[in-house]
Ligand binder design. Structure first.
Ligand SMILES: C[S@@+](CC[C@H](N)C(=O)[O-])C[C@H]1O[C@@H](n2cnc3c(N)ncnc32)[C@H](O)[C@@H]1O
Length: 335
């Protein structure tokens, strides 16, 4: 059977991942009060090209959406794509841990006002494809990596100014790079001669610093260092750690949060926040659940869900995805 010649969303530069599954998970919460989504509020915390939001707004003609992104060029692309939905969608430039402020700016309470939230983490294909933004190790470009062009620090600034200890810690913790200390030493040695300016400078150094046997087995030698610098430049993990509790607090009874992570550091944060949110609050050792101490949320996924081979063939980006989802129970008053 022939697949679509061009997967949905490709014309906007980014093919949405697990689009049907996200829709299936969010729809029951968004249609709990009206089958067409009237009265429901959805937050797309990582709007990107707007692929998931477009689908939900099309399927549910009464739904309102709040689209957040820290990257103004994403908001521009999604804004044009979602223009046909008029005032059913509000776009706000913010980091996703600014959910509470974004809700207030749009005229909604920060708590108990939202029916569904989606996080589709990481960089978009548009960001990777715009080589001048420096996210990709496969093209030579300025070493930038800022998702928000107003951030003060670029990847080049980190490489050219950080001491060995903090630099090695970034590579180890955010990139899980085994050769972190060696790479940091080589970075400092090189920058004393010529400061880092382009992705090519860094890739060249990594080829030299990572031993050949590790290069043959560990994927592209630049992959982990680029991930580490991107996470550091954009404070991605801190932003996620703060955003998830804010998203959970924003939910009304019956509301759902769906998160898609593409690297283990982010997925670990999602897993641990969701594990705490779905744990019983009855003191350990009691034989029954104390009234009012039941878990605040229930899990909608068993472990992390992955994309199937068919989707991975159409959209290689989906190979790394791990999806987790939780719901605030409907039978209690949001306690
Ligand atoms: C994978 S893309 C989303 C793609 C979108 N779901 C679609 O299908 O078109 C992730 C987006 O999240 C944004 N982003 C990443 N970290 C963010 C943060 N901390 N706050 C706000 N936006 C963020 C990026 O700028 C990017 O546009």
């Amino acid at each position: 059977m022939a697949d679509d010649p061009q997967p949905r969303g490709a014309e906007y530069g980014h093919i949405p991942v697990l689009l049907d599954r996200c829709t299936e998970l969010l729809a029951p919460a968004l249609t709990a009060r009206a089958a067409d989504g009237t009265g429901a509020l959805f937050i797309d915390a990582t709007l990107g090209a707007g692929g998931h939001t477009e689908r939900l707004l099309s399927d549910l003609p009464g739904l309102h959406a709040l689209g957040l992104d820290r990257d103004p060029s994403a908001l521009q692309i999604a804004g044009a794509r979602l223009a046909p939905f008029g005032n059913r969608v509000t776009l706000i430039r913010t980091r996703y841990d600014g959910i509470a402020d974004a809700l207030e700016e749009a005229g909604h309470p920060a708590e108990n006002s939202v029916d569904g939230v989606l996080f589709d983490l990481g960089v978009s294909s548009m960001q990777l494809d715009r080589t001048e933004r420096g996210f990709s190790y496969s093209a030579d470009a300025p070493l930038d990596m800022r998702m928000d062009p107003d951030l003060p620090l670029t990847a080049a600034d980190i490489l050219n100014t950080y001491d060995h200890g903090p630099l090695a810690a970034i590579l180890r913790e955010y990139g899980e790079e085994k050769f972190a200390s060696k790479i940091a030493k080589e970075v400092i040695r090189r920058r004393e001669r010529t400061p880092f300016a382009t992705t090519g400078d860094l890739v060249e150094l990594l080829y030299a610093a990572i031993p050949a046997p590790a290069r043959r087995t560990g994927g592209h030698p630049a992959k982990r260092t680029f991930q580490a610098l991107r996470v550091a430049v954009n404070a991605e993990l801190d932003s996620l750690r703060a955003a998830l509790p804010a998203a959970l607090a924003a939910l009304r009874p019956g509301g759902r949060v769906v998160v898609m992570a593409y690297q283990s550091l982010e997925d670990r944060i999602v897993k641990s926040v969701f594990a705490a949110a779905t744990a019983s609050r009855t003191p350990p050792g009691l034989p029954v659940e104390l009234p009012g101490h039941e878990p605040e949320f229930v899990s909608l996924t068993r472990g992390a869900e992955r994309a199937d081979q068919r989707e991975i063939d159409r959209n290689p980006r989906s190979a790394a995805v791990r999806l987790r989802a939780v719901q605030r129970p409907t039978d209690r008053g949001g306690s």
